[in-house]
Every structure is written in structure tokens, then in C-alpha cells.
Design a protein around this ligand. Structure first.
Ligand SMILES: [Zn+2]
Length: 287
């Protein structure tokens, strides 16, 4: 019985009853770590300290990125179902909401998450057999979720407060984007920084592109309600290979080029080409 089509507002730190407060209102699978309510613009992710015993070790890394283990209890994990829904959430217009399971059906809201990348690791499955597991690299935003009309550009266009980001000079954005990560900060601060950094990178990169797809060189296909050319950001490299949240590894693409990277037959080759292009772009910034 969905009350309305508008997105819910969860408060970080607040405890919810998973079955009643989440699935009772929004639907979705009541078991498991990834729950994908049908016909909703949201996906619930649950992380649990208890999962560690079963090879589901999730954690905030020193750089503030949250590593979240995908689903699949036995054998190699696959990029299907819940796992696929995390990878494609931005293209699908869905928001990721991350909760921490506290036991007895209670969950605490951590914040909204955004997929940055994923990698594969060898981890034991439910029977202790080693298998290939997908680990998602997520930016987590520990602030209250806002109702928004535009889910497509969720991170980039979060309404009024975003204006502040867009009016920052490129140099300032770049400095924020390159902010050093240190391990001496609190987990909370690490999350804040991760969010700030990824936001700064996204906006810096879009401003750098200046309305032109950095892949095919064509103009952005349309403008947003904020009258900005619509482009998407894409990380050409994995976190583990040197950090996706660096302008050197993030490119602004039109939706066509972005889909080509993820779904094209030549997606991997194209991605490599984009990486090379970025090397030239960032060596000689146009502004
Ligand atoms: Zn393009």
C-alpha cells in the first residue's frame, strides 16, 4: 500500500523496523542484504557485522569509500539481480539506501549510497568454499534524504544546495577533489570527506566538459531544469587501482557513450580509449 509515489525520507542514525517500516510501506524482499522493491525508485542495502563470518565483510575504507559485498550465498557471485541493480542504479533512476542491521529486525539508517565502482575478491561462501565475490565501492552520503523530482541526476542536481557547489571556482573544486585521505579521522568525518570529494569531482568534471561529451565530442543532448547541459560522469578506473575520485579518472559522457561503456560489445576497449583521452585532458586543462 504505497502511500505516494514520492521518495521516502530516512534520517541517518534513526532505527527502523525492517519489516514494518521498510517492506510494509515500500515492498521488496524481506530477506537478504539487497532488497529491490518493484516499481519504486529505491533499493535497500543492509549491512551486518554478523555477515563477516560468512564472507560478507563490509567496511568503510580509510579513503571514506564503503565496500559492500554483493549477494549470492553459494559459489561464484554473478552480476545479476540485486548485484546488477546496484551497479546500474543511476542509469535505472534508483537510489540506494544503506542500513545497518542491529538484530531482531531492527535496522539503522546510515545514509544514501552511490555506486562508484566494483571489484572481485576471493571470499569464502556460506559453506566455507572459496569463491569469487563482487565488492561494491560506494560513496555514502550521511545526510537526510530529500524529496526530489529528478532522480536521474541524484548526486549532481540535488536542488538549491547544489547551486553553491556549481558556483565554486574550478580551482577550489579541484582542490576539494584532490583532498588527501588520511586514516586518522573519525569514521563520520571520513564519510563526509568521501561525499564531498566525490561531489567536487562530479561537478568539476562536468564544468571541465563544458557541455561537450568528452567521449564522442558531441554536444550534451539536452539541458536540465537548472539549465545545465546534461552529461553523466563515469569512472574509467577502479578504486583499488588508484582511486576513481580523481579528475584524472573521471570523464563526462553523454548518455549514449555512457551506455556504450557499460553495455556495448566494445565497452572495455572504449573505456580504455576514454582513459587515454583523460590523460590528455587533465594534462592540459582548458580552464
Ligand atoms: Zn558521447
Amino acid at each position: 500500500m504505497p502511500d505516494s509515489e514520492s521518495s521516502p525520507s530516512f534520517k541517518p542514525g534513526r532505527v527502523y523496523n525492517r519489516r514494518e517500516d521498510l517492506h510494509g510501506h515500500y515492498g521488496g524482499q524481506r530477506q537478504g542484504g539487497i532488497s529491490t522493491p518493484a516499481d519504486r525508485d529505491l533499493i535497500f542495502l543492509f549491512t551486518s557485522a554478523a555477515g563477516q563470518e560468512y564472507g560478507y565483510k563490509d567496511e568503510f575504507r580509510p579513503d571514506g569509500i564503503f565496500w559492500y559485498t554483493g549477494e549470492g550465498q553459494e559459489g561464484d557471485m554473478e552480476m545479476t539481480r540485486g548485484n546488477q541493480s546496484i551497479r546500474d542504479h543511476q542509469e535505472d533512476g534508483k537510489r540506494l539506501h544503506l542500513f545497518e542491521a542491529l538484530g531482531e529486525g531492527q535496522v539503522r539508517y546510515i545514509g544514501r549510497a552511490t555506486y562508484l565502482d566494483h571489484h572481485w575478491e576471493d571470499r569464502p561462501d556460506a559453506y566455507g568454499e572459496m569463491r569469487s565475490a563482487v565488492v561494491f565501492e560506494l560513496a555514502v552520503e550521511p545526510t537526510e534524504d530529500q524529496d526530489r523530482d529528478d532522480v536521474e541526476e541524484q548526486v549532481e542536481e540535488s536542488g538549491g544546495s547544489n547551486q553553491r557547489w556549481w558556483t565554486r571556482p574550478q580551482g577550489e573544486l579541484r582542490a576539494l577533489a584532490l583532498q588527501e585521505s588520511t586514516s586518522s579521522v573519525s569514521e563520520e568525518e571520513a564519510r563526509q570527506r568521501s561525499y564531498q570529494r566525490s561531489k567536487a569531482v562530479q561537478i568539476y568534471v562536468k564544468k571541465r566538459a563544458d557541455g561537450i561529451c568528452e567521449g564522442c565530442g558531441k554536444e550534451a543532448p539536452f539541458v536540465t531544469p537548472q539549465e545545465r547541459p546534461y552529461l553523466e560522469t563515469h569512472h574509467v578506473r577502479r578504486v583499488s587501482d588508484g582511486g576513481p575520485d580523481h579528475p584524472r579518472w573521471v570523464i563526462a559522457l553523454c548518455p549514449n557513450c555512457h551506455r556504450r561503456v557499460h553495455h556495448g560489445q566494445d565497452g572495455e576497449t572504449y573505456n580504455e580509449q576514454l582513459g587515454k583521452k583523460l590523460g590528455k585532458i587533465e594534462l592540459s586543462p582548458s580552464s
